[in-house]
Design a protein around this ligand. Structure first.
Ligand code: GAR
Length: 190
C-alpha cells in the first residue's frame, strides 16, 4: 500500500500545492489530508480544490498546552491513517511528544541552507551576514528545531539589490522544485 501523506501548513500553502500535484499517477505515495493550525490558512481551500481533504486545529484554543494541541492534531491524522507527515510552512514549533509519534516519518522544508539560519527571518539574516548565496533545505524532522538528516538542498545567488522579499521569492521557486523531488526520493527509500 502507498504511504498516506498528510501535509501540515499555516499559510498560503504553495509548497503544499506542489506536493499534492506531484503525488499523482505512479507516485509511490498518496495525499490524504492537509491540516492547518488555523481556519484562516489560505492553503485549506487550495487543497480542497485539488481534491484533498483539509481540516484545521486552532492552536489558540489550547493556549500554552502544546501537548493538548498536538493530541488534537494526532487525532485528525489518525482519523485518516496518515503514515507520513510533510511540514510545509507549518509555523508552530512541535514538541517531542508529536515528533516521536512520527519518528523517521516526518519531513520539513526550511528556507535556508541548513545548518545556517535555523528558526525565523532566514532571508534577512543571510543578507545581513553578507552571504553571496542562499537556498532551501528539505530534511527529516528530529527533536531539535530545523535539524535532522538533510535530504535535498538547492542554492540561489544573492544579488546586490536583494531585499528579504526578493530573495524569498527566488528561494521559493527552488522550494517548489526540491520538496516534491525529496518526498519522492524519501518514499522510494522507505
Ligand atoms: C516557505 O518558504 C517555507 O520554507 C517556510 O515558510 C514558507 C511557506 O510558504 N517555512 C518555514 O519558515 C519553516 N520554519 P508556503 O505556505 O507558500 O509553502
Amino acid at each position: 500500500m502507498k504511504p498516506r501523506v498528510a501535509v501540515l501548513i499555516s499559510g498560503g500553502g504553495s509548497n503544499m500545492v506542489k506536493l499534492l500535484e506531484s503525488m499523482e499517477g505512479d507516485h509511490p505515495a498518496e495525499p490524504v489530508l492537509v491540516l492547518a493550525n488555523s481556519d484562516s490558512a489560505g492553503g485549506l481551500a487550495k487543497a480542497q480544490a485539488l481534491g484533498t481533504q483539509s481540516d484545521f486545529v486552532d492552536h489558540r484554543l489550547y493556549g500554552e498546552d502544546r501537548a493538548a494541541f498536538e493530541d488534537a492534531l494526532i487525532a485528525k491524522l489518525d482519523a485518516v491513517n496518515a503514515d507520513l507527515i510533510c511540514l510545509a510552512g507549518f509555523m508552530r514549533v512541535l514538541t517531542s511528544h508529536f515528533i516521536e509519534r512520527y519518528d523517521g516519518l516526518m519531513l520539513n522544508i526550511h528556507p535556508s541552507l541548513l545548518p545556517k539560519y535555523k528558526g525565523l527571518h532566514t532571508h534577512a539574516r543571510a543578507l545581513e551576514a553578507g552571504d553571496t548565496e542562499a537556498g532551501c533545505t528539505v530534511h527529516e524532522v528530529t527533536a531539535k528545531l530545523d535539524d535532522g538528516p538533510i535530504i535535498e538542498q538547492a542554492r540561489v545567488p544573492i544579488l546586490s539589490n536583494d531585499t528579504p522579499d526578493k530573495l524569498a521569492a527566488r528561494v521559493l521557486i527552488e522550494e517548489h522544485r526540491i520538496y516534491p523531488s525529496a518526498l519522492r526520493r524519501f518514499v522510494e527509500a522507505l
